[in-house]
Design a protein around this ligand. Structure first.
Ligand SMILES: [Fe+2]
Length: 323
């Protein structure tokens, strides 16, 4: 039977950077939206210091919540650390973009500070700083093989070749907090959350139902094993620049509060009923990572560690634990 710990967190580059540089990133994203008009809440949060006070207070909470998650993870001491995150046209490009891909290599690297958005970072680390992780390749192959024989056509990769910086930021950024020394064998699962949003050559993202079913299949595999597995769902929820309901100008707080309520009550399986259109409208594309984790964990009430609802963050940020 599986022994599981669940963690949910965000992965945007701002988690790695000091609040003093957040405004620059925010302005860059807002400039990409045609005829951008800030929502009233955002104007209020920007105040008379271009959002710096708000950013300082949010930054403190983000860092504190990662410390809570990190401590719980290390106290629990898993045999395998599975991180579910989306690859945003990093390793997986137009030539080969599977809905899901398990990493089955023996080792993997990540360079979280290479991205321009994370060059100025909290650790004053150089862009070429490399993080290396050992991976449980036999366990990963076993999971892949089980899933395929169980009816789920899982793809796998034992080498990341799309770009030079190794792991996608959705996987490596939280690891800078959760396991920077690579203490736990790392099993990345990549998910095509952006889908057609990334361009017409990209296949649609998998449905919430299919993501939940994948999680259930992974759970069936884990129930055949003895390893203690920590499962990390890595992503913010609605993103302002993806929330088509608000012309990509505002995060969908109301919708995300509804989802949060489901998680608190241990009704995560309800998220499997969301339609692709609902995700597209609210900008919750990346919550698919959480839905897979919920399929693994089952309807267990989540302990909500932190919720960031600031429009200045450009994304709804939740930190959670299932134990
Ligand atoms: Fe993301």
């Amino acid at each position: 039977m599986a022994e599981l710990l669940g963690l949910g967190c965000s992965h945007g580059p701002i988690i790695l950077t000091p609040p003093e540089v957040w405004a620059k990133g925010r302005e860059r994203v807002m400039a990409r939206v045609p005829n951008y008009e800030p929502p009233a809440q955002l104007i209020e949060e920007l105040g008379d210091d271009n959002g710096l006070s708000q950013d300082i207070s949010d930054h403190k909470k983000v860092v504190e919540s990662f410390k809570v998650l990190r401590d719980r993870l290390h106290d629990w001491n898993p045999d395998v650390l599975m991180v579910i995150g989306d690859d945003q046209a990093e390793n997986f490009l137009q030539d080969n973009l599977p809905p899901f891909c398990l990493y089955t290599g023996a080792e993997v690297d990540g360079y979280p500070f290479q991205r321009p958005a994370a060059r100025t970072n909290l650790w004053d680390a150089a862009p070429e700083t490399k993080f290396t992780f050992q991976c449980p390749k036999d366990f990963a192959r076993g999971m892949r093989n089980f899933l395929i024989r169980d009816g789920f056509d899982m793809s796998s990769s034992s080498a990341l070749k799309g770009w030079d910086w190794g792991l996608a930021h959705a996987i490596i950024n939280p690891l800078v907090y959760l396991d920077p020394d690579g203490k736990f064998p790392l099993l990345p699962l990549f998910v095509n959350c952006y889908g057609e949003e990334a361009g017409l050559d990209y296949p649609p993202r998998p449905t919430p139902k299919r993501c939940y079913e994948l999680g259930q299949g992974i759970r069936r595999f884990l129930d055949t094993r003895d390893e203690r597995v920590a499962v990390v769902a890595s992503s913010s929820w609605s993103h302002s620049f993806l929330a088509h309901r608000f012309q990509c100008m505002s995060i969908d707080i109301e919708t995300d509060r509804r989802y949060l309520d489901m998680l608190r009550k241990g009704q995560g399986s309800k998220l499997a009923e969301l339609t692709p259109e609902e995700l597209q409208e609210s900008g919750d594309h990346e919550i698919l990572n959480w839905i897979i984790a919920l399929g693994v964990l089952g309807d267990v009430p989540a302990e909500i560690v932190d919720v960031r609802e600031s429009q200045t963050q450009l994304a709804y940020r939740v930190a959670a634990i299932w134990n």
